[in-house]
Design a protein. Structure first.
Length: 149
């Protein structure tokens, strides 16, 4: 596993995620309980908060990815999620891991580990994960083959 000590940039990203959820958290049982921050290759930080809903509303990480995209960021380097009320760094759920692996296969994710908070490669968080990009490519190749025959 490619586990790294946190850099000053990583610590800044954690602080930004904590700031966004501290500024937007609801009372206990609220819909905004996690904040996320993602850094792009230009060093800009984009933030988001979750929107809890019984139908499976978006996690803070996905909101931050959308915010980054809407701001023009196309390549992202690092992401982190932080819980409200001082709950600290949170690992992404399975859906978030899959989305991160599909759209940003080179991204690093800041997560709690048995040796403290560390930065890890998304591939290490989703070993043997579904390869959506390969599926899309195979589908396109099949369609081209069928059109040609």
């Amino acid at each position: 596993m490619d586990m790294r000590e946190l850099t000053d940039h990583d610590l800044n990203l954690i602080a930004r995620a904590a700031e966004v959820i501290d500024a937007n958290a609801d009372v206990e049982g609220g819909v905004h309980t996690v904040g996320a921050a993602v850094r792009d290759t230009d060093g800009r930080i984009h933030v988001g908060v979750n929107l809890y809903h019984f139908t499976g509303g978006p996690c803070a990480e996905l909101v931050a990815l959308g915010t980054a995209r809407a701001s023009g960021a196309r390549e992202l380097t690092t992401i982190v999620a932080v819980g409200d009320s001082g709950r600290g760094v949170k690992a992404p759920c399975g859906r978030d891991r899959q989305v991160l692996a599909d759209y940003h296969p080179g991204i690093r994710v800041i997560v709690p580990t048995s040796v403290g908070v560390r930065s890890v490669a998304i591939a290490d968080l989703l070993p043997l994960g579904f390869d959506w990009l390969a599926e899309q490519s195979a589908f396109a190749e099949r369609a081209t083959y069928l059109d040609a025959s």
